[in-house]
Design a protein. Structure first.
Length: 445
């Protein structure tokens, strides 16, 4: 039986992806070996926490959660492309604005527990599955919020003190009047919901602090309404860490601001994702968490994502079962999504794997089967541990697992782009270098 609280809490208001095209875009990624490891003192560690995935407490794959995951992912990046079109005048080559997806009425009623006419379930700019949150403070009086950090979005959003309906009752709310550093800005931040409604709020420039890193004049949105389903989640808002080209606010991200104001020692941040002790490291890397060199690749910033090209995927039986792929790395995505035909080819190379009929695009495989899936961008093969490849059991027998690589055209029917989320990131130390527009990976310590 569906656990309503668990499913609702997996919903997340994920804001439009960013991309401040920092001058240059690279057509082909190049491999760079990083310099010697930086001292942990070079930056600031932000503890972050993981929430539930797509399986129930009994370990069985929850089809409804998976359906939510797919819809939220498609709609999140749909919104990103709408923002990109607004700021750039045209879409990146091969990308398109996908139709807005909505959940079936019966699932909406399951999520809300009430009549759908009285509820608004957000289906755009939502996160999915696993979210990674930590604490920040806003304003001269250090108003504290629990925030999800997302490399696949670009805006900072929190609830407003002017949100007086029940949907905001459990949230910490930003009071602009209580902060002497708050400056109202022109324009309005707006988010579209799957039922046609919108949530919006004013925009402010404010002081924002993450750990010991403080910036001034950071643009943020103070939303005056939100859906009841999002209200039941444990976070207050989101802090996007990608490029600002896809920003709904049309402003630099927190990290871009931090780099510009010179309050970080290095223009890079790093993620270590783990069931325990996860960390966002701002201003460098934490050498205690990885070993060896960092393998850097140039980012093609033209679509506004942390995107690297010329990737390939291998399995033990085929050193290049899928090749020539573009890859977007997104900490706000749980699974790995790829073009359906390519994903079908990949799973066909796994002994015993077959389509999972309960949900299109998903595949199942014998749980005792060694998978050995790895990604490469011209350097090392970065293996995905088999334990990260399962999103849950198909049933109580424990014989078959549902795979974490899903066939879904997230960015367009002609795009070779894969969306790589936490399934991959949990197996590597990920480094996002804004100064050089590079994305790097290192072996976990």
């Amino acid at each position: 039986m569906l656990n309503k609280a668990s499913l609702v809490s997996s919903l997340f208001l994920c804001l439009a992806l960013n991309g401040s095209l920092l001058d240059s875009a690279f057509a082909t990624p190049a491999l760079h070996m990083g310099p010697g490891p930086k001292s942990p003192e070079a930056g600031i560690s932000v503890p972050i926490h993981r929430r539930s995935g797509l399986a129930d407490s009994n370990g069985i794959f929850n089809v409804d959660k998976a359906r939510v995951d797919v819809i939220m992912t498609v709609n999140k990046h749909r919104r990103n492309m709408m923002n990109y079109l607004s700021t750039q005048g045209s879409l990146p080559e091969g990308f398109e604005i996908k139709p807005l997806l909505t959940l079936p009425v019966n699932l909406l009623q399951t999520l809300t527990g009430t009549n759908i006419k009285r509820q608004s379930v957000p289906l755009t700019d939502e996160n999915n599955g696993e979210l990674w949150d930590g604490q920040i403070s806003i304003g001269s009086n250090a108003q504290e919020f629990i925030i999800d950090f997302d490399t696949g979005s670009s805006d900072l959003w929190v609830p407003s003190s002017n949100c007086t309906d029940s949907s905001c009752s459990s949230k910490k709310k930003y009071n602009s009047s209580a902060s002497s550093s708050s400056e109202a800005q022109s324009g309005t931040f707006s988010i579209q919901y799957g039922d046609g409604s919108t949530a919006s709020g004013p925009i402010f420039a404010e002081s924002v602090t993450v750990a010991a890193i403080s910036v001034t004049g950071q643009h943020l949105a103070a939303v005056t309404t939100m859906s009841d389903s999002v209200a039941q989640a444990s976070f207050d808002g989101i802090l996007g860490m990608g490029y600002s080209t896809l920003s709904n606010l049309g402003a630099p991200t927190f990290f871009e601001t931090a780099v510009k104001q010179g309050v970080v020692s290095s223009p890079e941040f790093s993620f270590f994702l783990s069931p325990n002790g996860s960390e966002l490291y701002i201003g460098g890397t934490n050498s205690q968490l990885y070993t060896g060199d960092i393998e850097f690749h140039d980012v093609n910033t033209s679509p506004g994502y942390w995107k690297i090209s010329d990737g390939s995927i291998s399995v033990p039986s085929n050193a290049s079962v899928v090749s020539g792929i573009d890859t977007i790395v997104d900490s706000g995505t749980t699974l790995i999504y790829g073009p359906p035909d390519a994903v079908k080819t990949l799973w066909a190379s796994i002994p015993g794997a077959s389509a999972y009929d309960a949900e299109p695009g998903f595949y199942m495989y014998p749980c005792n089967q060694t998978l050995g899936v790895s990604f490469s961008w011209g350097g090392k093969n970065w293996n995905i541990p088999d334990e990260h490849m399962s999103t849950g059991l198909t049933d109580g027998s424990g014989q078959n697992c549902v795979g974490a690589i899903v066939g879904q055209n997230i960015f367009g029917s002609s795009s070779p782009t894969w969306l790589v989320g936490d399934t991959f990131m949990k197996g590597v130390y990920s480094v996002f270098n804004l100064g050089n527009n590079q994305l790097g990976f290192a072996q976990l310590a």
